[in-house]
Design a protein around this ligand. Structure first.
Ligand SMILES: *Cc1c(COP(=O)(O)O)cnc(C)c1O
Length: 460
């Protein structure tokens, strides 16, 4: 008999979490104005708000922290981190930053100017923000398949190469670089194939443009290449990682994802001119070049995290857990963005709460229902997050209305996945009785989802 799958680690430190009663949760979510961001974390049982900075560090990472060199300049910890990044990516020049968006801010300050166009695959919201705030355009060239949640495609994060070539041909002089996000977070944690990365590189060479990888989940992307793309089954994750970065000139990194630290990020590049240009922005925005907003101990933990999470077993344990949750949802018939992504499951609320009108925010309604059901905190990636049209001030109902369940790394067990799936099944089974959603009572003009206040439209 084949032995069943099990995690590639065991647990040596635990953090208690508490269940609560439905009455308590109904009171708490009311006090939070039906916005899960406003809930104190102690009122949450299983927290799937994000996989960013919420992973569990290993014993090796914790012990590395004790070796942190907190020298202001030239700390040993910086060189340890830099050596690891160079070993994995081939990039020689490294600038630490306090998190991913700070890496974008520093690099884009040097590279992006008014009127530029930066093509890519569904730019992450902070990436887009740092492009648009410089009065440049973030142009989405993701393949059309990504928009159909029911379609199975092994590399739904891919760039549409024909579309990219049109943009390069027509607007070449306005393009400072191409940015490819691995994995494609916005499309549901969907990977980009090696063939597609090579296709982007070939076009970049043809039109003389550099390529930047937004690399928050590069290791998960490498795992999908190994397990889904022909010719990579026998390569190690580290070999695949290196081959991915061989297609690029630089990377920005949110280390809170695939480096499994609670805070941190960096820029890395093979181009000395980019390094020189970015340096000037690191010092005023982030700090001196060998710490850039990070403690020495955090750079130590980051180096070890990168090493560990580019090993197959660690990634296999993680992705297996996300896929296990997906398999339970399949069993219960709950619709989600297919196939399951690397870091999260995205429930298609428009296919669950069919009786809730879009003006009453179905994905937000589902997020509140799941919290009330079991104290599970998901996150609306839908009409509230989409904000209003900047010109007409109308709500934007054009995109998908999803509830994201992001799975923190090495944090919850498969039993927690069973609870999540069962809670969702309970909500799904009574979906027809949920007919009303929420009205906005207060909202910020931009990025309203963090602070929005809502009122229920049905008797609670
Ligand atoms: C999280 C993330 C960022 C921003 O990183 P922070 O560390 O949150 O600032 C950028 N790009 C992608 C794809 C991300 O997932």
């Amino acid at each position: 008999m084949n032995l069943p799958f099990a995690e590639s680690w065991r647990i040596k430190m635990v953090e208690p979490i508490r269940t609560s009663t439905r009455e308590e949760r109904e009171q708490w979510i009311k006090e939070a104005h039906y916005n899960v961001f406003q809930l104190p974390a102690e009122q949450v049982y299983i927290d799937l708000l994000t996989d960013s900075g919420t992973g569990a560090m290993s014993d090796r990472q914790w012990s590395a922290m004790m070796m942190g060199d907190e020298s202001y300049a030239g700390a040993r910890s910086f060189f340890r981190m830099k050596d690891m990044i160079t070993r994995l990516t081939g990039f020689e020049y490294v600038i630490p930053t306090h998190q991913g968006r700070a890496a974008e801010n520093v690099l884009f300050s040097a590279l992006v100017k008014e009127g530029d166009i930066v093509p890519g695959n569904s730019h992450f919201d902070t990436t887009k923000g740092h492009i648009e705030s410089r009065r440049a355009t973030a142009l989405d060239c993701t393949i059309a398949e990504a928009k159909n949640t029911e379609l199975d495609h092994p590399f739904k994060g891919n760039v549409d190469l024909a579309l990219l070539e049109d943009v390069l041909r027509e607007n070449g002089d306005k393009i400072p670089f191409i940015i490819v996000t691995i994995t494609n977070n916005t499309a549901g944690g969907q990977p980009v194939s090696m063939a597609n990365l090579k296709g982007v590189r070939a076009l970049a060479d043809k039109y003389g443009k550099p390529v930047v990888l937004d690399s928050a989940r590069f290791a998960e992307n490498a795992y999908f290449i190994k397990t889904r793309e022909e010719g990579y089954a026998d390569k190690t994750i580290k070999e695949i990682t290196r081959e991915m970065f061989d297609q690029a000139d630089a990377m920005t990194m949110s280390a809170k994802k695939d480096a499994i630290v609670n805070m941190g990020g960096f820029i890395a590049t093979r181009r000395p001119d980019w390094y020189e240009a970015a340096k000037c922005y690191c010092i005023p925005f982030e700090g001196y070049l060998t710490y850039g907003g990070m403690n020495g101990r955090d750079m130590e933990a980051l180096a070890v995290g990168l090493d560990e999470n580019t090993e197959f077993d660690n990634l296999h344990t993680r992705i297996h857990q996300v896929q296990f949750l997906a398999s339970l949802l399949d069993e219960y018939g709950v619709p989600y963005q297919r196939p399951a992504g690397g870091h999260a499951i995205f429930i298609d609320a428009s296919k669950v709460l069919t009786n809730v009108p879009k003006e009453e925010f179905p994905a937000q309604t589902l997020t509140v229902e799941l919290y009330k059901e079991a104290g599970i905190r998901g996150c609306e990636i839908g009409y509230i997050l989409a904000d209003r049209d900047p010109v007409t001030r109308e709500n934007r109902f054009g995109g998908l209305d999803l509830m994201r369940l992001a799975i923190p790394r090495r944090t919850y067990t498969d039993n927690h996945m069973r609870v999540i799936a069962a809670a969702l099944r309970n909500v799904y089974e009574r979906r027809d009785s949920i007919t009303r959603g929420y009205a906005i009572t207060e909202e910020a003009p931009l990025m309203r989802h963090f602070t929005v206040k809502l009122a229920p439209l049905a008797e609670q």
